[in-house]
Design a protein around this ligand. Structure first.
Ligand SMILES: [Zn+2]
Length: 58
């Protein structure tokens, strides 16, 4: 990971890189004979930040 100079933030958290506001949209893959991806996306809770949208900057 590239080292970035920290901005003026006192918070020890940073925006979660794996989601948008704590929610992720996974492509809903339809199983079956056809190899077809549904355009629908499944909304799920981000497991990286547990839905907070932030991760601990440890
Ligand atoms: Zn997240």
């Amino acid at each position: 990971m590239a080292a970035r100079k920290a901005a003026r933030t006192k918070s020890t958290t940073k925006p979660c890189p794996d989601c948008m506001g704590g929610e992720v949209f996974e492509t809903f893959k339809v199983g079956g004979r056809k190899k077809h991806e549904s355009p629908d996306r499944q909304q799920a809770l981000c497991l990286t930040c547990l839905g907070t949208g932030e991760t601990q900057a440890t």
